[in-house]
Design a protein around this ligand. Structure first.
Ligand code: ADP
Length: 435
């Protein structure tokens, strides 16, 4: 470019000098120079106009103008740059089209929003599942289109480790699982999966368990009643029947307990048991359960200590909380050898309210801890044969805590005792004594 420029300068100066010399020869050197300069200025203006016209529409079909000297060079270079730019643009457009085509082929809804939730792009499945419309919803805030409060708080909380489940705003029979990922400058990539079938199966499973439990309850009550009457007058029975009747009575009571727990669990899980968020005095509740635990401990004479360092109360359902806490405290009694110590504490801090149940019992191997809250999961079935448990206690406790926006923490080591802590969020705590 530098070389071309100096050549252009040389030619221009030579041209001007030639015209000036011709003017000098004719006796008008100043006119000669003026005519030369005017000619050069007009030519330059002409080239500038051609450049401006070409730049106004520099598409691939519009050939760059041809010219001499530095202008020709400039047009060539600009043409090449434009050509490169158009090629890159076409390549990127093809790539974007391909990505959009593939996301359009997805059965999951995909939506891109900015940090404030303004919708930038979404695929065809999102239109079907969530009822978005391409021509009217561009730039709309997503929480104006998915108006469920749970979605707004999920979107704002920025804690997307767990997905959110909700009904489609456009088609209420569709059950969706929403998962959000952050990218770029706090922008959001939202994936909506249709989990209706899974949801229906889960519902069928719950209904089945609940119906079977209800159906079994009546005949079992009758059998238990007769067995109880027979046990009361066991002395009148032949000796070989006495053992049989006692074993039958024990097993039917176990089955009754199992069915009661199954019904309770299905009610807590399905939300059939309506939650009552009245202020609950957790301290008083846990103290009462500890009292029952002392009776349960009986001859095993556990040292059951209760301590409450907070008078704050918890917004929650007292019946559900009683089920959760008694399962944990009674488990501690069941799995702690005689004279062991069980410490129950209620305390609050900046992260919320916590009820801890600590024992000096048999403890649990680490491998079992992640699965302990599954229904009927037992750390060591042989060890728990005689505890009379149903295998549902921790599942009930977990679901009660989920209903209270809380969580269950389990710390335990084999042979070193266990600690079960119920965590409740700060928002559920309220101050002081009853009004
Ligand atoms: P279960 O009716 O068998 O007690 P749970 O759901 O209450 O059923 O408990 C599940 C399993 O967790 C128990 O079978 C037991 O293996 C283990 N577990 C629960 N609490 C304790 C505890 N305090 N100490 C030792 N193991 C425990």
């Amino acid at each position: 470019m530098q070389k071309n420029w100096s050549r252009h300068l040389r030619y221009t100066l030579a041209g001007l000098s030639g015209i000036t010399l011709a003017g000098l020869y004719l006796g008008y050197p100043v006119y000669g120079l003026t005519v030369g300069l005017a000619f050069y200025t007009l030519w330059t203006l002409g080239q500038t106009r051609r450049l401006a016209q070409w730049l106004a529409n520099p598409n691939a079909d519009n050939e760059a103008p041809q010219s001499l000297g530095i202008w020709g060079d400039l047009f060539d270079r600009l043409h090449k740059l434009n050509q490169n730019y158009l090629e890159t643009r076409d390549r990127l457009r093809a790539r974007i089209d391909r990505i959009q085509e593939s996301t359009n082929a997805m059965r999951d809804g995909v939506i891109m929003t900015d940090a404030r939730g303004a919708m930038e792009w979404w695929n065809g499945a999102a239109e079907y599942l969530l009822g978005f419309r391409r021509n009217t919803d561009q730039g709309q805030y997503i929480y104006n289109l998915i108006r469920t409060p749970a979605f707004t708080s999920y979107f704002d909380a920025k804690d997307y480790r767990e997905p959110l489940e909700l009904h489609s705003p456009a088609k209420p029979h569709i059950h969706l699982q929403i998962q959000i990922s952050l990218f770029g400058d706090d922008d959001r990539l939202i994936v909506a999966k249709d989990v209706t079938r899974l949801h229906q199966l889960e519902q069928m499973r719950r209904d089945f368990v609940s119906n079977v439990s209800h159906e079994m309850r009546t005949p079992l009550t009758v059998i238990s009643g007769y067995l109880e009457t027979l046990s009361d007058s066991a002395d009148e029975l032949p000796p070989k029947w006495q053992r049989a009747v006692n074993t039958m009575a024990t097993q039917s009571f176990r089955m009754e307990a199992l069915i009661t727990d199954l019904i309770l669990l299905s009610k807590i899980e399905t939300g059939e048991q309506t939650m009552n968020d009245a202020p609950t005095d957790v301290g008083a509740l846990a103290r009462q359960i500890c009292q029952d635990a002392r009776t349960l401990s009986g001859e095993k004479q556990h040292d059951i200590i209760f301590q409450a360092s907070s008078t704050q109360r918890l917004k929650g359902d007292e019946n559900q909380l009683r089920s959760a806490f008694s399962n944990l405290i009674f488990n501690a009694v069941k799995y702690t050898p005689a004279q062991g110590r069980i410490t129950v504490s209620w305390y609050t801090n900046s992260s919320g309210g916590h009820l801890s149940v600590k024992d000096t019992g048999s403890g649990i191997d680490q491998v079992h801890i992640p699965r302990l809250t599954e229904r009927f999961y037992r750390a060591d079935p042989s060890r728990h044969k005689d505890t009379g448990g149903t295998g549902l206690g921790l599942a009930i406790a977990k679901h009660v805590l989920i209903n209270h926006d809380g969580s269950l923490e389990i710390n335990s080591r084999l042979g070193e005792g266990s600690e079960f802590v119920c965590h409740f969020p700060q928002e559920r705590l309220i101050e002081g004594a009853k009004e």
